[in-house]
Design a protein around this ligand. Structure first.
Ligand code: PEP
Ligand code: MG
Length: 578
């Protein structure tokens, strides 16, 4: 029977396919005893061999930055697969307990979960997720025809329905042929969502109840744009789905035509469109779409999947390749911004911080770890010998931090020059404006900056005191609040008065719906995921900047979200998405 579930669109694209339901971390296997111990052991060992081969094959298929990011997770899973404690434990359960391999997996999983759950260390406690993934893989392999090739896992052409998906899993699932993902938890601003957009994999998050209401094998029509999930679609839904696919194809064609067009308003003002990039693929796409340059290169992607800190050389090579990939267009490299929701695995981020979002993150962490920071500054400075580079500092709250950063940067440049290295004469330094204090006190340190970049993802969270990752507050987390608009306006005005460019690089900049609002507020540069750049360009080409600025007073008079939505042209504005 037809059912419809509401969710939030997190990565655009429509998909029609069968559901593959993955229940969260519980291996529902009933107790089962066997007679033939040797045959059962062989069955288990064959399954483990299949999983090893799958992971090996997957690693070989990953390239570029994604390989770095995902590779570390795969390495960890490979280590677990070879872990004697895990393997001997399984063998013992089969041999001594005469349990089936399936039930042995479940017992072993529950045993390890109990050990991990009792740990004090958050990081170690969260490793139970990795163990679950490995055990689930072995369990799936136990039920696969052993003659079948590795890595198909029966999901090709299916839509995965699950509680949540880790960023590292996404590429793998796409590699296995998953055509879309529906999760009950999650948020359009999470790193999983950012990565899904970069992979062009349709994703609906926050589809609460999906695990209860969708059965394995149900047919689903999913739309990652508006977040709609239809179970057992009827004739009208199928017609609509086909119409959406036709519309997407038509739109893609229309947008492709804009690749070589300027991002110019109807009254002739050029708006600079930069790209946010995380991988080589993003860089290539940004280049092909005519982005002005990379407006935000998030270097934490280099650190997040890894157990070891990337050294200066590794960082240098990565940054240099991005610079070379942009062939002379400017690349804005943001210094490390781990912490809060971006937990690393290297031990950099403090454990048990009472409130990590307000903890040692961004530039605070860099300044607390000078040797680490210097190695990053050196790598960035060396990359500047290969093309134009700007440096962007995250989570700035006060002038003192920028003075420290500038002093370190000057020392790094002097040192590299003394060593005979080729570096730029100088690199422009900018600050992310994402802490409200920085937005309000901008006049007190703007003289130290060459540009500013508004990080609306964090600015909205800190200004409204609404956690950007708290699903329960998802409807409150919106840039359409009078306080946000006032602050954006104020920052743009302060920057313009000093002749310093101000861009917006949060997800809001990539939503074409918000273009008129940002232009009215005085923003003339936007940085977004390349996947949305052409849509934003199209929106800009439909705007009359003079007319929008004339409507600014009425925007500033709006007192509610509904009032701001009405200014935007009426109707409900969906949550920010890419
Ligand atoms: C932001 O906060 O708006 C931003 C662009 O940075 P991130 O999403 O990486 O925190
Ligand atoms: Mg931020």
């Amino acid at each position: 029977m037809r059912r419809e579930l509401p969710g939030q669109g997190a990565s655009r694209g429509s998909a029609l396919g069968r559901a593959r339901v993955r229940l969260p971390h519980v291996l529902e296997v009933a107790e089962e005893r066997i007679d033939d111990v040797d045959a059962e052991l062989e069955r288990l060992h064959d399954a483990i061999r299949i999983v090893r081969a799958e992971m090996h094959g997957l690693r070989a298929r990953l390239h570029g930055a994604l390989a770095q990011e995902v590779g570390e997770f795969l390495d960890l899973h490979a280590l677990l697969l070879d872990d004697p404690e895990l393997l001997h434990g399984l063998d013992d359960l089969i041999r001594d307990g005469r349990y089936s391999a399936d039930y042995a997996l479940r017992l072993q999983r529950d045993r390890l979960a109990a050990v991990f759950e009792g740990m004090d260390d958050d990081y170690l406690r969260s490793r139970i997720d990795d163990i679950d993934q490995v055990i689930n893989r072995i369990h799936a392999a136990l039920h696969r025809d052993l003659g079948a090739g590795p890595d198909v896992a029966g999901v090709a052409g299916e839509i995965l329905v699950t509680d949540n998906v880790a960023p590292a899993e996404l590429a793998q699932l796409q590699g296995q042929g998953v055509m879309a993902i529906v999760t009950t938890a999650g948020n359009p601003l999470s790193h999983t969502a950012i990565l899904a957009r970069s992979l062009h994999l349709p994703l609906v998050v926050g589809a609460t109840g999906a695990l209860q209401k969708i059965n394995d094998g149900d047919v689903l029509a999913v739309d990652g744009g508006d977040g709609r999930v239809v179970v057992e679609p009827g004739p009208a839904d199928l017609r609509e789905h086909r119409a959406r696919l036709r519309e997407q194809a038509r739109e893609r064609k229309e947008l492709r035509r804009l690749r070589r067009e300027p991002s110019r308003t109807l009254d002739g003002v050029d708006i600079k469109l930069w790209a946010n990039a995380e991988s080589r693929k993003d860089v290539a796409e940004a280049h092909a779409l005519g982005a002005a340059g990379v407006g935000l290169y998030r270097t934490e992607f280099l650190f997040l999947g890894s157990r070891e800190l990337p050294d200066e050389e590794e960082q240098f090579r990565t940054y240099r390749d991005v610079v070379l990939g942009m062939t002379g267009r400017t690349v804005t490299i943001r210094t490390l911004d781990v912490g809060a929701d971006k937990a690393d695995r290297t031990g950099l981020v403090l454990e048990n911080e009472p409130n990590p979002a307000m903890g040692l993150r961004g530039v605070r962490l860099s300044l607390a770890r000078p040797a680490l920071f210097d190695s990053q500054l050196r790598a960035i400075a060396r990359a500047s010998g290969y093309g134009p580079v700007r440096l962007l500092v995250p989570m700035v709250a006060a002038r003192e931090e920028l003075l420290d950063v500038r002093a370190r940067l000057d020392a790094v440049f002097a040192d590299l020059r003394a060593q005979g290295q080729e570096v730029a004469d100088r690199i422009p330094v900018g600050a992310m404006i994402e802490v409200p204090a920085a937005a309000i006190a901008l006049p007190s340190f703007i003289d130290l900056l060459d540009f500013v970049s508004l990080g609306t993802n964090d600015l909205v969270q800190y200004l409204l005191a609404v956690d950007r990752n708290n699903d329960a507050l998802a409807t409150m987390y919106s840039p359409l609040h009078p306080a946000v608009l006032r602050l954006l306006y104020q920052v743009a005005r302060t920057a313009r008065a000093r002749g310093k460019p101000a861009s917006v690089c949060g997800e809001m900049a990539g939503d074409a719906l918000f273009v008129p609002l940002l232009l009215a507020l005085g923003i003339e540069e936007l940085s977004m995921h390349p996947g949305t750049l052409l849509e934003v360009r199209r929106a800009i080409r439909g705007c009359d900047l003079g007319a929008l600025r004339a409507r600014l007073p009425s925007l500033m008079r709006a007192r509610t979200r509904a009032g701001i939505e009405a200014w935007l042209g009426g109707g409900k504005v969906p949550p920010v998405r890419g």
